[in-house]
Design a protein around this ligand. Structure first.
Ligand code: SAH
Ligand code: SF4
Length: 430
């Protein structure tokens, strides 16, 4: 979502006559920030320090320095205090105001806007834009779930869905601009709801089916989804919407029901497993991905074993795993029995070793198969292109006569931890 937001900020500034510049030459530097874990938030201050120092050496402006995103939202006042070189602080829902804020700064004032005004920023987007072969489309933002460890409900605000019409239009615009694949985005993307063009109440599966009808689009993905919003309709879509890729990112966080409860996750270990069973029944080859937190307050060895055996049971194709990071203002930060860093390290290592093995096994499981690869970028070597398999694996191929944006039919013959490779058989449908 930060990539999407960053691109939209660039679009907006471009429509005011600004253009991207190398960091050392820029008149404006926008740091788009993440607040989800402490480490991400701290990086922001060291980066501000770096660009700010350069500015002092160069003798004040330019560059104008803007901090955008969730750190700006959560720590607006603190940023101004800790980092006097920052001119603009703009939250994730207010970045359509960036051009005005830049004008304020050039008039000699500091500018701060961390309102959460809903969906205004999307109205300010340019109506036409060029796109690479893959594009993101934010359909929903915010979160009402209040997991006890998480800052998102505070930094991104309440769950709010963009309208059906706006989304179908933007999807068409992306395809017109060159996109072959669209990834629908949201903090809880499957919580999306809205009325369709006939006023009927619709969910994400209906939106996917509407976007599926756009000619020229080849692939649809969505992330991040929440187990509580995994409807029967969405599960069914994995069986019959051809453009919906066989990949599901469904975070579970932990395998122990006791910990899930303390996290205020609205699912249990079993309800999570049942969802994946249902999806796999309909789409047996689906690549399952997840998020995990180790060392949540009160997590015992036996709770952690529950995570390990859940992972062993599910078999993930890919996953993100993190050490629990206490975040000020969240209920978990003041819970008793915070876990020692050393214990968290050990647990994370064990979990990541297992997830790594599973990822390699999944990658190897596609050796010998033929699949379509959407070519996205140049590789390291002459004639090499890198694209994505249906299962979101990075795929290296040697090509002649094919270019970025083409779909290639590929025979997979090698697999490593983080990528696979194969031989192009022919160009697939244009
Ligand atoms: N809405 C999604 C996840 C969005 S946040 C869901 O609930 O499934 C992305 C991931 O960051 C989470 O899934 C979680 O694994 C991780 N995360 C969030 N807060 C964290 C914290 N305080 N410490 C460690 N990891 C955290
Ligand atoms: Fe955070 Fe996801 Fe929980 Fe919302 S559902 S509070 S975004 S982890």
């Amino acid at each position: 979502m930060n990539v999407y937001d960053g691109e939209r900020m660039a679009d907006q500034l471009a429509s005011r006559g600004m253009a991207a510049a190398p960091k050392d030459d820029a008149d404006l530097i926008v740091l788009n920030t993440c607040h989800i874990r402490e480490k991400a938030a701290e990086k922001v201050y060291s980066e501000i320090g770096r660009v700010g120092k350069k500015r002092r050496l160069a003798g004040i402006t330019p560059p104008v320095i803007a901090v955008a995103g969730c750190v700006a939202q959560a720590e607006g006042a603190e940023i101004s205090r800790r980092a006097p070189s920052v001119d603009i602080v703009v939250g994730p829902q207010a970045y359509h105001r960036l051009p005005d804020m830049i004008a304020e700064v050039t008039a000699g004032r500091r500018a701060l806007d961390i309102d959460l005004p809903g969906l205004d920023k999307f109205d300010a987007l340019p109506k036409k834009r060029k796109s690479g072969p893959t594009a993101f489309l934010t359909v929903q933002e915010g979160c009402d779930k209040f997991c006890t460890y998480c800052v998102v409900p505070y930094t991104r605000g309440a769950e709010i869905s963009r309208t059906w019409a706006a989304l179908v239009d933007e999807a068409k615009m992306l395809v017109d601009g060159g996109a072959k694949e669209i990834t629908l985005l949201g903090q809880n993307v499957n919580a999306w709801r809205g009325a369709d063009d006939k006023g009927r109440d619709r969910g994400l599966d209906d939106l996917i089916r509407a976007i599926d009808r756009i000619e020229g689009l080849h692939r649809i993905r969505y992330m991040t989804s929440h187990p509580a919003d995994m409807t029967d309709g969405l599960i069914a879509a994995h069986g019959d919407v051809e453009k919906l890729m066989p990949y599901l990112h469904l975070p579970v966080q932990a395998g122990s029901d006791r910990i899930l409860k303390a996290m205020n996750r609205s699912h249990s270990r079993d309800s999570y497993r049942r969802i994946l069973d249902a999806v796999r029944k309909i789409r047996p080859d689906i690549a399952v991905s997840g998020d995990f937190i180790v060392g949540f307050p009160g997590e015992t060895d036996s709770d952690f074993e529950d995570t390990i055996n859940l992972v062993a049971d599910i078999r993930y194709a890919q996953a993100y795993s993190f050490k629990y990071s206490p975040r000020a203002g969240t209920p978990a930060a003041t819970m008793e029995n915070q876990i020692a860093p050393k214990v968290m390290d050990e647990r994370l290592q064990r979990l990541q070793a297992l997830l790594g093995e599973q990822q390699l096994a999944f990658n190897r499981s596609v050796i010998g198969q033929q699949c379509d690869i959407l070519l996205e970028r140049k590789g390291k070597y002459e004639g090499q292109l890198i694209g994505k398999s249906p299962w979101l694996q990075s795929t290296h191929v040697e090509v002649t006569g094919l270019k970025i944006g083409d779909m290639a039919r590929v025979h997979i013959n090698e697999a490593g931890y983080s990528s696979i490779s194969g031989e192009v058989l022919m160009k697939a449908a244009a």
